[in-house]
Design a protein around this ligand. Sequence first.
Ligand code: ZN
Length: 247
Amino acid sequence: MKSQNNLTIASSSRVAQLQTEKTRSQSSVWKLRSPQDGVQDLTADQALQKLIAGNKRFINHQSINPDHLTCLEEARQKQTPFATILGCSDSRVPLEAIFDQGLGDLFVIRVAGNIVTPTELASVEYGTSVLNTKVLLVLGHGNCGAVIATLKGGNLMGQMNTLTDSIQPAISRSSNQPGDRLENAVRENVFLQMERLKESIVITQLLEERKIKLVGGYFDLKTGRVCILNILTSQRSTIRVNRLYTF
Ligand SMILES: [Zn+2]
């Protein structure tokens, strides 16, 4: 019985030690990520690198897995996200997870097909100009149902045609491109929505003042990797794939 008690005590002690290590580890992780550490002072390049580094951790099974409740405690009084992301509603594209970021880090607008309508644009303008995020990312993804539905054509129920109507120009633009039809359409849709963002006076001004970068990306469902398709640094920049960015 005595040895059993000793074992229990030793076991409890080890559990306590592990909990202390976990707490210490979480607090140091959070300390690195705290808004007080100058997230708002990041340049646009640094903010983009922070996203890319998070996605690298994600695809390498090295996610920090931030304690979201602790993040929330830190950000409760004021949010200081460093990136605004317009992504698809698809359940396989959770942005905090694929970029390994915590609550308060990303200002997220999710809508099927990552389309820009006045409503999404208003949120994007808020994220970039009021919350001062440094990167504005439009993220398409593989096997996107909204793009597939647009490719198939035909009438959809209820309001769903508004989604496909918004994506249709991207289908037309990509129709003669070599390669995978769906991937091409998803990529063109990212460019199309970026163009729509550029039509905003607010976004234009932020680009002209070099306060933000407008970035297009593609999330690969097979690998989990986010591929950067285009980085715009000014309103006059052309939205095409000139080269694929590798990091
Ligand atoms: Zn989608």
